[in-house]
Design a protein around this ligand. Sequence first.
Ligand code: NAI
Ligand code: MG
Length: 358
Amino acid sequence: MKNYSIALLPGDGIGVDVVREGKKVLDTVSALHGGFTLNYEEYDWSCEYYAKHGKMMPDDGLERLRNFDSIYLGAVGYPGVPDHVSLWGLLLPIRRQFEQYINLRPVKLLKGIQSPLAGKTPEDLDLIVIRENVEGEYSNIGGRMYEGTDMDMAIQNSVFTKKGVERVLRYAFDLSQAKGKKKHVTAATKSNGINHTMPFWDEYVHKINKEYPDVTSSIVHIDALAAFFVSKPETFDVVVASNLFGDILTDLGAAIVGGLGIAPSANINPEKRYPSMFEPVHGSAPDIAGKGIANPIAAIWCTSMMLEQLGEQDSAEAIMTAIEDVLQEKEILTPDLGGKSTTEEVGDYICKKLKNSL
Ligand code: NAI
Ligand code: MG
């Protein structure tokens, strides 16, 4: 019997509510499947932890996480702690130390969800964005000078390395070759305005593409690409982007397939030297925290991505089928999807569907 160890980091706000439901779903599928077990360790690292200890996690936090198979995270960030503190104190160190250089975000219209784009069906909206996750525009290289004077200034450098760019592009071409419907990779760029890093990126797109003769590629400026996500999303399949461009594109992606309540993401260390981390795209949503109405589907979809990465394909698919069943029925949904149900009711209902299906 296989056993997987999972670190739970519910974090702040609705992170706590949605991770609770995700864990329920994981327990349900593992019990029904019978071929694997899951062991959890839960950590209370969060902004609340920061208020007590002056840091987001203990000094040996990363050491403690290192040997898990996966990390399942809710969300971090809460009013009172600046966002850059919570991000740089917990999320970014995990992504960077554990070389989770791939951020995978499916932009897939599930059955039962109405896209805000008129007339678009699940066949039209089914693409995946691969966001570079550890370098690019989100570097901490730079500084502030002359604060408080007329010469007040700030500089932030972007970092694009051969290693970092090649590996994210290879991941995209590999994915397209193995699973792509169109065998086509679209790379986001802005080499007209950003004239050092982006031409560098484009050059490597051409170079890496040569290793994949059966896959084609195109390089599209990020501003146009954002517009095309709205006007002709059906033309895309695998989209690869730098850290900042991927971040923006995937929030847009989430919006066209039903919103943050159902948008999942995975931070992957493809070599499996370190644990990968699975987290909904949404944040801690202070406006609805504690009300019991957060949509748990984004977090539950993450459990499917986690099981897929662990090699439990059947269970991963069963979770997606259960989610789509619930969405199509439209009986038990949270308010963001027009329903009246609670977070817990949706989680329970998805578990019930799983029990009926397996
Ligand atoms: P947010 O994603 O928390 O909320 C944006 C809006 O979407 C809110 O109106 C919220 O109610 C709604 N929403 C989000 N998730 C939902 C769900 N599951 N069900 C129903 N409605 C949902 O983004 P916001 O407000 O910009 O950030 C709040 C805090 O979360 C900040 O401290 C921010 O830094 C943090 N954050 C953390 C992230 C992470 O942990 N990866 C990602 C994004 C934000
Ligand atoms: Mg974002």
